[in-house]
Design a protein around this ligand. Structure first.
Ligand code: LLP
Length: 414
């Protein structure tokens, strides 16, 4: 489904014309579609129907409580990477027994919090982390459920910043070291070995590397089984790509088919940790043109959203389609779409041909994932409001920050 479409020349989110959102809640504003969020999750579930599988939404992609609560109500589990994300999941009514905890740098406090909450599994990324977890669990008189995140050394063919499954990455346990570390885990008194996991990268358009990784993992599962180390789940991480520009992005069915083929007939429970694919296309960043600047070598549309609101273009040179909210006739002008932040890297798009005027609204598309979640207060810019559109209703799910909030915790010297 495409939740964002033109009606009579005006871009709508579901039934709501976007100018109505801007009038009610101002700009910049993230706008999500409830139906799109729900339908992406349902699609995953349909493809996995009939299998013992759990979809653990990767909270880092978009951690707004309303989105977490929507997925929790739909039966999702969650993939977290910090104590803060655990707190969000619990605040949103998520079930801790469906939470997996990933990340290379879990602190002792985070481990205690997760053990106290009773999470499903720690995705352990190093030998040192395993030892610490054993010790902390022991101090609480508990046993920690673990999976080892194994680095299968496959090339996911994606942006180097978001490729994680190569030997050179900081993530996971090198494939050759996994077997001895499982033996060590079995011997530790406060560790319960539950599963195995991997996550080879993000924004993968071709599922073949993920299927290759799955096959490698299963080889290891069988080798472990032969030693009496029996795993109950296999977690293949996230990574499924979406369409930003002209990518031939797979549907959940297309992406998962080769993985499920590799996993056919297996008894282990399957876990997935999709982030971007559940939320990315379900949101836009709504922004208003403050000024048009002509005359130099280039023309600029200076908008009220900036790199602090949506960092992906500046950080990854990522492409997001930028659409005028009101369509107008005319050839238009090629604009650099830039924000007010004092950095040349502050752009949302290069060389976009648009027929627009000062004061017009623009929609930066496919901004539902790693948009708000990666935003900052650089230049003391209050972060954007977030709304979820549901049919003809607009729900404010995060208030726009106010400048005073940004320095409320600061103190001047005596
Ligand atoms: N599981 C683990 C262990 C991860 O590290 C990630 C993402 C996911 C799941 C979810 O992956 P997804 O399904 O969203 O591809 N900020 C970057 C993306 C960073 C992804 C980091 N890890 C971006 O804006 O493209």
């Amino acid at each position: 489904m495409n939740p964002f479409s033109y009606r009579d020349g005006i871009l709508h989110a579901e039934e709501v014309p976007l100018p109505q959102v801007a009038a009610a809640h101002g700009t910049p504003c993230y706008v999500y579609s409830r139906a799109a969020l729900q339908s992406r999750f349902d699609e995953f579930r349909r493809v996995l129907a009939g299998r013992d599988a759990l979809v653990c939404y990767a909270v880092k992609a978009n951690s707004n409580l309303a989105i977490l609560s929507l997925f929790a109500r739909a039966g999702a589990g969650f993939d977290i990477v910090s104590g803060g994300e655990l707190a969000r999941v619990l605040a949103a009514g998520g079930d801790p027994a469906k939470v997996v905890f990933s990340g290379v740098g879990k602190t002792a406090d985070e481990m205690r919090e997760a053990l106290a909450a009773g999470i499903l599994c720690f995705n352990v990324e190093s030998a040192a982390e395993l030892e610490r977890l054993n010790q902390i669990a022991g101090s609480l008189n508990r046993r920690a459920p673990v999976s080892l995140r194994v680095n299968p050394d496959v090339d996911p063919k994606t942006h180097p910043y978001i490729a994680t499954g190569l030997k050179s990455a900081k993530f996971g346990i090198p494939f050759e070291e996994a077997l001895p570390l499982y033996r060590r885990a079995r011997a530790l008194p406060h560790i319960d070995v539950h599963g195995i996991d991997c996550h080879i990268g993000s924004q993968l358009i071709d599922p073949a590397p993920a299927a290759e990784a799955a096959a490698k993992l299963l080889g290891l599962v069988d080798a472990l089984g032969a030693e009496g180390i029996v795993l109950s789940h296999v977690d293949l991480g996230g990574g499924m790509g979406i369409r930003y520009r002209d990518e031939a992005a797979p549907t959940a069915a297309e992406y998962l088919a080769p993985l499920l083929a590799v996993l056919a007939g297996r008894r282990e429970r399957l876990l997935f940790e999709p982030g971007r694919s559940l939320v990315g296309n379900a949101g836009v960043l709504l922004t208003r043109i403050e000024y048009l600047k002509h005359g130099g070598a280039k023309s600029f549309a200076v908008v009220d959203a900036a790199m602090n609101d949506l960092m992906r273009p500046a950080l990854y040179d990522a492409w997001h389609d930028i659409l005028p909210v009101t369509q107008t006739a005319g050839a238009g002008v090629e604009y650099e779409i830039v924000g007010p932040v004092c950095e040349s890297g502050d752009f949302l798009g290069h060389a976009r041909r648009l027929a627009v005027a000062q004061g017009d609204l623009l929609a930066v598309m496919s901004a539902g994932a790693y948009g708000m979640a990666m935003s900052s207060n650089y230049n003391t810019r209050p972060r954007a409001a977030e709304v979820i559109v549901d049919g003809s209703q607009i729900h404010l799910v995060r208030e726009r920050e106010r400048a005073g909030q940004l320095f409320a915790g600061e103190r001047v010297l005596p």
